[in-house]
Write a protein that binds this ligand. Structure first.
Ligand SMILES: Cc1cc2nc3c(=O)[nH]c(=O)nc-3n(C[C@H](O)[C@H](O)[C@H](O)COP(=O)(O)O)c2cc1C
Ligand code: SF4
Length: 503
């Protein structure tokens, strides 16, 4: 095969050579040049020793690499249907684009979902639906009896994504959108950049690398620093603090900032060396057990001037979480909110095994935490923020029904910025300027256009939640219960989520 391809391409070049000899015109010379070039590439391919396939099939094996490279795009544009794309299917992506751009949101002809398939879920509506204009509960108050600066927030907020993972224009547009629609924007573990300070409310995340909240110690380890943290935490834009333990896409791993995305500017904000990969440690150095954790939460609360302090994790070892909640109850001191992230959560960059095989999925994690808070009588004090592929109103209503008080959304807000799910966030080549630090690509994202889309997506989604709750016959979003939502468990059996998770 190797020799046949080489022989054919050399033969073609010789033929063109003869043609040029007899008809020396521009067209024939171009043909000879092209075939000559292809011959050289084929000879190179057949002689090189690195790639077996290319050695066996000179030139043509390059087609495989092309299709391999482009397969995600081919899949998305030509093969995937509305419901089977991953991680976020086309139907869900479309509703975000439509809501962001204030386009038509209705669908024609009927559902494409198989309502008889196992796992199909739906809401039971009332014979006496309410007027959706008068549905209450779109805002909630964060802050336990331990906090002195409570925060009146939206039930939908932007989940943690750092400057570094996202571009400066993306961060600006998210923050400006949050300001326009009066909801909160989580900084992510990369600290507070000037692009976060556009007037929108901030949830200041403190990760294990303590970026914006710490420094290097004498041994070169990142440690929490009271003064550095305080300077950021007391900013008026910062409404809440979130201490990150883990995120669903890579629990037990710590954040990863690829070297290519760690520009001079980002390195300065994080106080790290530019253009090196920055791995946050997997765990916190500021505390080593539950008692120390509780003291740390209180210290952080005090340093921030009494703002609500939360913790974020993806549920892992159940016994550990139970011990922690028990410790909160025993100490009579606790965080003001818990952000439960699902194993299905997103990331800018993560090891494959961590993304696929570590971390409890959101529904089970959320129900587990909610039950523990109820058991230890802490539900009134500690709010739950749930995050994990919440895109449309049904996703939100379902998580609220299962115990969440508010929802954190990351990838859906990326979609509202124009993300096309090219899944190159870890390569610095994001074609729409959302998840890249390449200045030319960043320019593709026009802040003044996208900030409005962020606002629209938030507002239209809250509106859709209200319409769903009105159809359920309830006056307020907070009345949504697991008993309202049903799942086809077997062919002829439909059961409520209450029966599945709370009995
Ligand atoms: C690009 C990107 C960057 C993220 N960065 C952080 C981070 O800095 N800290 C964190 O706790 N979670 C981070 N996450 C996780 C999200 O905050 C969120 O918990 C998770 O993606 C689930 O929400 P989603 O399904 O709506 O995306 C990131 C997610 C994405 C997609
Ligand atoms: S378009 Fe692709 S690279 Fe850019 S943010 Fe979306 S998924 Fe990531």
């Amino acid at each position: 095969m190797r020799n046949t391809i080489l022989f054919i391409i050399i033969l073609i070049t010789v033929l063109f050579g003869v043609l040029v000899y007899f008809i020396p015109q521009t067209g024939t010379i171009i043909l000879l040049s092209i075939s000559g070039l292809l011959t050289l590439i084929a000879i190179h391919d057949s002689l090189q020793t690195k790639h077996s396939l290319l050695r066996a099939f000179p030139l043509v094996a390059r087609l495989r690499w092309f299709f391999e490279e482009e397969r995600d795009k081919i899949q998305q544009y030509f093969i995937e249907d509305n419901l089977n794309g991953t991680p976020i299917n086309r139907e869900k992506r479309s509703i975000v684009y439509q809501r962001s751009k204030l386009q038509k949101e209705t669908v024609p002809f009927g559902t494409q979902h198989n309502v008889y398939a196992k796992g199909y879920e739906f809401v039971k509506h009332s014979m006496f639906p309410k007027d959706h204009h008068h549905i209450k509960g779109e805002r909630i108050v964060f802050g336990s009896d331990k906090c002195t600066q409570k925060y009146d927030g939206s039930i939908i907020n932007i989940s943690a994504m750092s400057f570094g993972s996202l571009s400066k224009n993306a961060i600006k547009a998210l923050n400006q959108g949050a300001k326009m629609a009066n909801f909160a924007h989580n900084t992510g573990e990369g600290g507070i950049s000037p692009y976060h300070l556009q007037g929108g409310d901030l949830i200041f995340q403190v990760g294990t690398g303590y970026f914006g909240a710490g420094k290097y110690d004498a041994e070169g380890k990142r440690v929490f620093d009271d003064e550095i943290f305080k300077q950021n935490a007391i900013r008026p834009e910062v409404k809440m603090i979130e201490i990150k333990f883990s995120q669903g896409a890579k629990p037990g791993h710590g954040g990863i900032l690829p070297a290519k995305k760690n520009t001079e500017e980002i390195a300065k904000i994080r106080s790290v060396v530019p253009y090196t990969q920055v791995d946050s440690p997997p765990g916190h150095s500021a505390f080593l057990n539950y008692e120390e954790m509780i003291s740390f939460i209180q210290k952080v609360r005090d340093l921030s001037g009494g703002k609500p302090v939360g913790i974020k994790f993806c549920v892992g070892n159940n016994e550990e979480i139970e011990s922690m909640i028990k410790a909160f109850a025993t100490a009579n001191n606790y965080p003001d909110f818990i952000s439960v992230d699902g194993g299905e959560g997103g990331t800018g960059s993560a090891p494959m095994e961590f993304t696929n095989y570590i971390g409890t999925p959101l529904i089970e994690g959320l129900v587990f935490v909610n039950k523990l808070l109820q058991k230890h009588k802490l539900k009134d004090q500690i709010k739950i923020i749930a995050s994990g592929k919440a895109i449309d109103a049904f996703d939100i209503v379902r998580y609220l029904a299962l115990g969440a008080d508010a929802i954190g959304m990351a990838r859906s807000f990326m979609l509202s910025l124009g993300c096309i799910q090219a899944r190159e966030c870890n390569l610095d080549t994001c074609p729409v300027g959302v998840a890249t630090q390449d200045p030319d690509l960043v320019k593709a994202l026009v802040v003044e256009k996208k900030n409005v889309r962020v606002k629209n997506y938030h507002d239209k989604t809250v509106q859709a939640v209200k319409e769903m709750v009105a159809a359920m016959g309830e006056d307020s979003i907070e009345n949504v219960k697991a008993a309202h939502i049903f799942r086809r468990r077997k062919d002829e059996e439909i059961v409520s989520l209450e029966t599945i998770y709370y009995n």
